[in-house]
Write a protein that binds this ligand. Structure first.
Ligand code: AMP
Length: 113
């Protein structure tokens, strides 16, 4: 996707704090961190959100979750972390490229929303 912010980051056209990359997935530090560790895990293929994954393969989707596990280990989140994917306007999704927020390094709020 030509003008997608995260596609530009994946292509290296916009700088990012990369923490992980494989064939299917790119992960980088959120520019406006909400926790001591705040990493965005993004499939390299463009999907708008979880509402748009009909054409994604099981392998592409599983790759995101496997990357989450590896990054959590890399970031030493052995005490736990929160995984969030905002989907659509009610969830305040601001970047229309599927992504998963890994939030950790502190005690999360009891209430999720
Ligand atoms: P969401 O609101 O769930 O769509 O999350 C989008 C996230 O992307 C927000 O947490 C932003 O802080 C983050 N973000 C926006 N631009 C950049 C960027 N250039 N580099 C890293 N993170 C970004």
């Amino acid at each position: 996707m030509e003008n997608c912010l995260f596609c530009k980051i994946i292509r290296g056209e916009i700088p990012s704090g990369k923490v992980y990359e494989d064939e299917n997935v790119y992960a980088f530090r959120d520019i406006n961190p909400q926790a001591p560790v705040h990493v965005l895990v993004v499939p390299k293929k463009h999907f708008v959100s979880l509402s748009d994954i009909q054409s994604a393969s099981d392998g592409e989707l599983a790759a995101c979750l496997r990357a989450v596990r590896l990054i959590a280990e890399q970031e030493k989140l052995e005490n736990g972390y929160r995984l969030v994917s905002n989907c659509g306007p009610d969830a305040c999704q601001s970047v229309p490229h599927l992504h998963f927020h890994i939030l950790g390094g502190r005690q999360m709020a009891d209430q999720m929303a």
